[in-house]
Ligand binder design. Structure first.
Ligand code: PLP
Length: 407
């Protein structure tokens, strides 16, 4: 038959990635010549952040030395050793495997793929990073979202987690610090999650990609450091802490009871071998980055703290918007106190003001609530302009759709 439409696989039907999807609309608006203010992408290199020179040099030198072939499937030894040392600094004990991947994204994909069968489910933080739901759609898994409680600084809602566990639940994902809320999970909640994981035989997927980007002098606690028996895979990488998301370098650290983890580790390694290796020259950046010094962070955190403070203050001053103070990463997830869907708010915001944010619906949220995600990486002048635009737009929007006048 001629000209028959080529049907894509059903497993792709539900895949959404709001962070990039919104760019289509932003591009259309940009074409009209409007000045755009991008507060939508968590890429530090688009703003005034640069990686430490030594890690770029390490990669360049590796290329010059012609380390341009495939690497071992689990990563080069010096990188694996450096990640192990870093894990020790994070107080993670009982480690049985470490592997380097093409960004934490690939580690997450491989570890979910190696664990979950059709009909099984993984407790997934909501709001949370959309890669997790995209992979689950690809694996044609049932969704099992658990909520973060906005009234409690976006901490995971333990009662909700308890209610959502069923006999097909195999794992729980914890994103700490969280994207999109910037919340940092407290120790009490981490311990409660460990208890539930042990009681119900769950693997904990601990996404700690932002673990060095904590403000107000807060110290990060790795969930794996609190219990050496519970099975945990800790995901990390260079993208955010070291400002090289384009290197595509991440990793997974498997810790916990060796006996129960043995077969799962082998399954992960089969998938690691099948995809040959992660980027090779960039792996030489890992030992240079994870040397325990982290001199670049002082300036990074000073900038992020100033920009976070501005974000919270300016957005909380807008009638119709409230914003929980983020403690880590570079995201805030303000609430829209209105009935109109956040997707409409954001679409009109982009068209009318050129300010690009991502609708809360792209990250999951309690039904009936509306939010948007802000990336506060841009410089203060840009943020100030953007938040002023959001304020005047919100006033008009409330009058237009909600019959609310603040005058
Ligand atoms: C929570 C979270 N995990 C993982 C990733 C992806 O990290 P990588 O660049 O290492 O693939 C991101 C990127 O934004 C993220 O926000």
């Amino acid at each position: 038959m001629k000209n028959k439409i080529i049907e894509p696989a059903i497993r792709t039907h539900d895949i959404k990635y709001a962070v990039r999807d919104i760019v289509v609309l932003a591009k259309q608006v940009a074409k009209t010549g409007k000045e755009m203010l991008y507060l939508n992408i968590g890429d530090p290199n688009l703003f005034d952040f640069e990686p430490p020179k030594k890690i770029v040099e390490a990669t360049y030198n590796a290329m010059l030395k012609n380390y341009n072939g495939y690497a071992p499937s689990s990563g080069i030894q010096s990188a694996v050793d450096a990640i192990e040392k870093e894990a020790e600094r994070k107080n993670i004990k009982n480690i049985h495997d470490i592997f380097v991947t093409t960004g934490a994204s690939e580690a997450i994909d491989i570890c979910l793929t190696a664990l979950i069968n059709n009909g099984e489910n993984v407790l997934t933080p909501t709001p949370g990073y959309p890669l997790y739901t995209a992979i689950q759609s690809k694996l044609q898994m049932m969704e099992n979202p658990y909520y973060l409680n906005e009234e409690n600084g976006w901490q995971p809602d333990i009662e909700d987690i308890k209610e959502k566990i069923n006999e097909k639940t195999k794992a729980i994902i914890l994103i700490n610090p969280n994207n999109p809320t910037g919340s940092v999970t407290d120790e009490k909640t981490l311990l409660q999650i460990i208890d539930l994981a042990q009681e119900h035989n769950l693997v904990i997927f601990a996404d700690e990609i932002y673990d060095k980007l904590l403000m107000d002098g807060k110290q990060h606690i790795s969930i794996a450091s609190l219990n050496s028996d519970v099975p945990v895979i800790t995901f990390g990488g260079l993208s955010k802490n070291y400002m090289v998301p384009g290197f595509r370098i991440g990793w997974g650290i498997v810790s916990g009871n060796e006996v129960i983890l043995k077969d799962y580790i082998e399954a992960i390694n089969k998938l690691l071998r099948a995809r040959l290796s992660a980027n090779h020259p960039e792996q030489y950046a890992i030992p240079m980055a994870l040397d325990g010094k982290d001199e670049h962070l002082k300036e990074v955190l000073a900038k992020l703290t100033r920009r976070r403070d501005m974000t919270v203050e300016m957005l909380n001053n807008v009638p119709g918007i409230s914003c929980v103070k983020p403690e880590g990463a570079f995201y805030a997830f303000p609430k829209l106190h209105m009935q109109t869907p956040d997707s409409q708010f954001v679409a009109e915001l982009i068209s009318e003001t050129g300010v690009v944010v991502v609708p809360g619906s792209g990250f999951g949220q309690v039904a009936g609530t509306n939010h948007f995600r802000v990336v506060f990486l841009p410089q203060e002048e840009v943020l100030e302009k953007a938040y002023k635009s959001i304020a005047s737009f919100t006033e008009k929007f409330l009058e237009r759709y909600e019959n609310v006048t603040s005058k």
